[in-house]
Design a protein around this ligand. Sequence first.
Ligand SMILES: Nc1ncnc2c1ncn2[C@@H]1O[C@H](COP(=O)(O)OP(=O)(O)OP(=O)(O)O)[C@@H](O)[C@H]1O
Length: 631
Amino acid sequence: QDDSPTGYHGSERDALLAIRAEFNNPKLLQKNWTSLMCYMNNTPNWYGISCINGRVTGLVLENFGLTGKLKPNALVNLTQLQTLSFKNNSISGNLMDFSKNQNLKNIDLSGNKFDGEISSSLLRLNSLESLQVQNNNLNGPIPGFNQSTLKVFNVSNNNLSGEIPNTTALQKFGPSSYKGNENLCGGPFTNTTCTIKYSDTSGPSQSDNSQNDSSNSSKSSMWTPILVVINVVSVVVLLFLVIYYFKKTKKLKRIVMNKNTRLMEVEKIETSKMETTTMTPTETRSVESRSVGSEVELEKGKLIFFGSEIKFEVDDLLSASAEGLGKGNFGDCYKAMLVDGPTVVVKRLRDLKPLSNDEFVRQVRAIGDMKHPNLLALLGYYNTKDEKLLLLKFARNGSLYNRIHGGKGTRDRIPFRWSTRLSVVRGVARALEYLHLNCSSSTAAAIVPHGNLKSSNVFLDENDEVRVADYGLTSLIALPIATQRMVSYRSPEYLSYKKVSKKSDIWSFGCLLLELLTGRVSLHSASPRVTGADLCSWVHRAVREEWTAEIFDTEIAVQRSANSGMLRLLQIALRCCDKSPEKRPEVSELLREVDSINDTVLDSEDEEDLSLSMDQSMTDDSIAAVSTPAR
Ligand SMILES: Nc1ncnc2c1ncn2[C@@H]1O[C@H](COP(=O)(O)OP(=O)(O)OP(=O)(O)O)[C@@H](O)[C@H]1O
């Protein structure tokens, strides 16, 4: 199991993209090295790549006109690679480091311009069956390959020199494996024996005996004892180094194992803590009655759907055209357009808690059981040891984040007016109320039913209806990761007391309202390349420093007949953002208040010229009056 921060999918994808960048070959771009890379057990969209269990196992780019040099570490992240072929291209530079490719069986780098020595890292590939590096510019000696697995070996037509190692593995191969290397001797070339050859300037080297003259032979006998001593000393030093290395790695292993055991224990405690707090008695009962264990076994490797309206097979998904939507905090999202079928979103989960299969399925089913018109439906899931996918409804009109901020200042921007914003607020409040009420139990105070409420997790469907997404993921994501990435964990109570609750969701809702009212990017919903503001602090400062007229997004500020509604919503938002969780309203109270805000706006104001300044009736004083300075 790969434990790098992005997981093996990310690092394998990055490794392939780095290789593509080195070759810079237009054919690779045309041949679709985009979108899905390894997709379950099936042929991926990436030309020349093959996968097993979502891992890259084959990289075959033959006769492709590839030029350029590969970095020595180009393959280190492709740890499951079994077949590698760059046959008949024009790749130059040294061979790569293969020490991390322990699964490599077949290597074909023939017909290129590789130079330098044959990498000794190849000696450590215990499954190596075929090595073909013929027709390159490799030099130096042939390392002592001795893998019993080796069936094909070809180093012909290079500049290799020295004696062919007399190993059992290499003895199997005839002259054709070695021909075309002028300075090779021994091995199947029985008519040539090897001895030491000297040149006055470069010291000793090995060569074909037949090329030696008599003076070289006499010098050779003079050097022999010295060389024997040097060899013995080197062997002793090497032996010491090996013993030292093994002692060190043993110690290191012990340290790492101790550390891992401790981490697993901590994770187990955290998981069981979360489970006792997140599962309601009703949920526990319904889960038990399903006898999850046996069903989970049957489900493995299949797409499992929660409803009957949308259903398809893995093969349908694989033949669908796919488009990457983006990298989220907990996985990558793809849009899959099924042939004669629906368009769905596939979310590949990563950074999960160490849940057993049963636990994972139980938690996903609990999320799937949540049904509300304002929740983005979880359609189904796919679960194997290496791959966990969630299938979601595709929201045609994108995220609320894009609706608020997308295309601002351009001609394409469709104004996002007050009445639409208010109906979005109502939809989100309804979804939140549903989540909060469905999680009520005696331990309710400790539950975060959503945990990651932000404008980029609120979507608009084809009718502009609100669909809140990513709910319930706290039950799947490893706690340390959740604390780094989920909005609830950035609430004042988490920062001060390391506590989250339903009230943390209310705080997130307040932040979302402020984003919607101000039209400013919030710290919580901003993508990595965008700088967001701490809107709670910003609004309080605006009130304190009396530039409150700038608080509201100009797109709504010009709708004068709605100004009082905006002020009421601002007041609600600031109460939600109160530093002390107890002072924040309950979700039902919120919904009542939001429902009572008047959404009627004079028709003419929907067409209002945005260059007009805000209504003077909305003075700094009126805003200051409604805002409670909570900080
Ligand atoms: N159901 C959906 N319909 C349409 N677009 C979606 C859907 N789900 C996700 N997306 C888009 O896919 C991209 C990645 O979404 P994802 O939810 O993984 O990340 P995020 O919202 O940026 O962050 P986080 O992981 O914290 O939720 C975003 O651009 C998002 O708008």
